[in-house]
Design a protein. Sequence first.
Lengths: 437, 351
Amino acid sequence: MNKTAIQTTPPLPPPTHDQPLDVREASTAWSMIKKILSPLASLRLTVVMFVFAIALVFLGTLAQVDEGIWTVLSKYFRTGIAWIPFQALVRFGQVFLGVSPHAQVSGSFPFPGGWLIGGILLVNLLAAHAVRFKLTWKRTGILMIHSGLVLMMLGELITGLFALEGRMPIPENWTVNFVEDHRALELAIVRHVDDKTDDVVAIPESFLRKKERIQHPDLPFDVEVLQYMPNSDINRNPPPGMENLATAGDGLREVAIEKPEVSGTDQSQMDDMASAYVKLWKKGTNESLGTFLVSKWWSVWWIPGLEQPQHVTVDGTTYDLFLRSKRAYKPYSMHLIEFRHDRYMGTDTPKNYSSQVLLRDSDREKEVIIYMNHPLRYSGDTFFQSGVLGKDQGTILQVVRNPGWLLPYVSCILVSCGMLFHFGLNLVNFLIRRMKI
Amino acid sequence: MRSLFLALSLAVILGCEKDEIRHYQATRLEVPPEVAAQAAPTPARMITAIFPHKDRTWFFKLTGPPEEVEKYKDEFEHFIQSVRFTKKGDPPVTYTVPQGWQRGAGDALRFATFRFGSKDKPLEVSVTPLGKEARSLLENVNRWRGQLGLEPIKEAELGKETREITVDEVKVTMVDLTGMMAGKGKMNAPFAKGHPPVHEREQHEPAAALPLTYRTPPGWKEQPARDGISLAAFQVGDGDRKAVVTVSAAGGSLTANVNRWRAQVGLEPVSEEQIRHDLRPMNVDGSQGHYADLTGPESGGLRILAVMVPRGDLTWFFKMRGPADLVGREKAAFEAFIGSVRFVAEEGDKR
């Protein structure tokens, strides 16, 4: 970025004693800060980070041959350090250099992740401005371009950290008050408080992947994950030689068989259907309550009768176990009055999908129609018409909550205006010089 | 600058704190009463007689409300006692149907279905032959227990749930279970975008023995039928270019089916007269069928070859669908495949 800036501006005259911001007059503290910032403002650092960024994008793209797009996004880009498996390089060799397709290399090596590269570039850019900052109107364009870039980087950071994206499937005549993040899982332990209320303790997916004994004051029992499968099938007939880990619940009848994750290059782009064998222990003791199979296959709530919770009774209280998409409950609810799937007359070609919903908040009700390119914005969430449940039996709304959603737009406007100003100014200067000749 | 660093560190810390065990109270999802009523489990009793015979296992199953099943229990036992396997295998099994039992509508997976009893609380007897993989008694008992909302049992407890009788020197296992049968809510399961189809899993029954045989042409790869409709499926082709052959049995008019396929390859719908004019007759194991050959208008488009054979209440569909040139190359193999089809005689055919 700095490179562009420096190359596209006319060379600056060497500092002279007549300049308004004379370095000699600056305080000692400021010189100290500048001294520290100078290496951070290095153009070499910018170039090295660009090289790292290019390599990371390449490796991240290559990784999607085997891994899901969201796994890659969190493992390579939304992280400080990315651990690149050596197998990714073998993959490169297999695709481009004719390495044997059976070659396998274990292990991984650390590589700067997206957030580290982005963070250093951001610091580098700001440091460069702090060290070489010259407030002249001629540099307004450059300033605008760079502030646009800073905003874009911050926007991605805010999106990565705070944006929530999920789905809200609503069958017709149902009322739903939660959004499911189909890319994140949770093991929910649910106790019925009364006819209308559930008490939920939800263990996030990252805890399950560690395969350790999970203890927590809010959990009614300890949970030990014996096996975690990010994607699986449920089968009544276990393959020969397969040992069934389950000792209680529906796992006695059906087994989970691990499947590879749906990769980023898979055309079907189906959701991964995780399963896990969890052993439950009486809190703080070595008394087993049994090993249960929990599966996302058994958490299909929008089909009555298909949801299959596993029941555990501890000290007279019964809990339901679900391995399900991570839920975010909302203080309001959506009731689907009607879902419409209009077709062009005489054909099956879809013309329009629309959902007529009743939005119910604590003190008011509002009827709205959500259709393509006409999302509903409410309470910081944006609802887009996204899909159909079955044969027009309901709607699927995409729900996005991103506090930084405006930043990319502002950033693009800033960069565009900055470029117009900067190059326009150069053009005008050039034309004036030419006229003088 | 310092404030930016602070903001960054704070953001990273906040980001890391997201993965915590959460504890909250939530309003339970309200299922609309009509859906809940449809899906609500009802008391049910299931008496099954399991006949092992050659490489198949035959299941004679009586299902219905417990009090009704109790009334007809003896009649069902008499029916079971009348079962005889024939040596010729055509039909493979005979029995004496008690008075008042109505033969139900056809089902490609079942050998026979009977309905009887009162109108509001009807009973059903199904006769289903399954393959070798359906032999395990424990698996079958636990599957039915699952259907009735009962906890699975262990091998040692099987004795309590089953008894053995002898029918014409064949040892038959009788299983008698009572529980709560899940409602019909899931029969019409809606699928969600991105969610793998759930009906795959709903078919908990082990693979049924198809009531027909065939010879698979060389190069055709048999694969599990995954759409929930097909009873057998094959894949033909090289690399990314693939054609799919499916075998299914269903209802629906000839015109509706042909016009649906026409739409799939990009052709306009035509009248029934025109369809009948374009169809070629084709004989499949002695039954008269129709043969449709539809090619899309675009070059490199789709082509569908389909043979429809009405038999009893059902129409059998044999369909090949894929890129036009590939289907053209495989047409001879498809016709040879149709020529090799033999229907296993059903009880209804001999009536």
